[in-house]
Design a protein around this ligand. Sequence first.
Ligand code: MN
Length: 488
Amino acid sequence: MRQYEFWFVVGSQFLYGPEVLETVAARSAEMAETLSGKLPYKLVYKVTAKTNQEITDVVKETNYDDNCAGIITWCHTFSPSKMWINGLASLQKPYCHLATQYNREIPNEEIDMDFMNLNQAAHGDREHGFIAARLRMPRKVIAGYWQDEKVQTRLGDWMKAAVGVAVSRGMKVMHFGDNMREVAVTEGDKVEVQTKLGWQVNTWAVGDLVKEMNAVTEAEIDAQMAIYTASYDVATDDIAAIRYQAREEIAIKKMMDAEGCKAFSNTFQDLYGMEQLPGLASQHLMAQGYGYGGEGDWKVAAMTAILKAMGEGGNGASAFMEDYTYHLVEGQEYSLGAHMLEVCPSLAAGKPRIETHHLGIGMNEKDPARLVFEGKAGKAIVVSLIDMGGRLRLIVQDIEAVKPIMPMPNLPVARVMWKAMPDLTTGVECWITAGGAHHTVLSYDVSAGQMRDWARMMDIEFVHITKDTTPEKLEEELFVKDLAWKLK
Ligand code: MN
């Protein structure tokens, strides 16, 4: 992955004399250095900006530097904000306003007018906040002492969301064939998605994939098999089926890498020339950070890749998921998530098993090999991006994954079980009211707050279903948002 960094742009002015400006610059450099050691990405001190030109110049540089994933601004002193207008108006990268202060305390004995002039972020940050509000800039505001862990955690979370923006703007999806016939929610306006989110979604022929598969050598398959057996337990005698998945994985990866694609989608209705729907192949590709969507769902494929990139360095995982079936026993209501085959093993609580089973759906000549496992327990979210016609809506629901309450020994696929917020049936009512898909990205790594930040930066609608959501409140929220987005 690219070595992303963020730029620290500090506002001031000439009013206070050169000594103050030197102090501001030295302290800002010190803060960036210290914060770089605490944050997931490097924070580079760029400039103490005092003029319109300096601000415009640093913004231009920001826009053109591919490693720069966003700017963090702060005003140590007072920085008159008219000088920020031209720069901010041309900013194309994520923007966070850190409202902080170099000193934690007001020093009782030491404080005089010089101290006040130097340490007046309370004044400068308000002026800076006004101009961003006046310009209707989508930005994150984080206030608090810069050395506090809570502030650093929030900055780090925002940085990861901003990396999600960079990854989104460079996203290329390899769409094998088309969407599953007649399905509505997996459809979408690819031109709109490219305009808003930057995604390049294009089709590739399954026949080209088959050609690539035929060119894979036995030696390449041997090497892939060594990776599988080192990572997973082989629980089948049908080694040929596993080798066939290895062939599929190698071919798909070659095609994606050749095109710079970070996600792919396919459909069981278009496997012409293939013996098996890619199961283990898709699962192991997802484990390496590629996004995937079943039934031609390129939206969930791209979102999976974006959340994986946002969660990098986390403890959990993000994966393509599907709500399959419910347990509606009072007091123990759960949703069971799985897919035909393709659940990412990064969700697994234990070591996944490679199994082969008959798959009745699609044109599988042979029993596809797939990884079977239970998902881990923990707080998580499910995310769905839908096309409302004229705009995109991102729906996020808080969930709590649990160890599956029964072993389900005859279920031949990986499974995750969770409680939806606020409770299963209310949560389902809210999800259905908002139009959320059956396909989601499930993530233990990325928070709803980060998805809110991401949606703000991408300028799309955001809907969050929490423990406090009611269908009535949600209905009103959706009505108001529908009006607001039509006016935008
Ligand atoms: Mn599906």
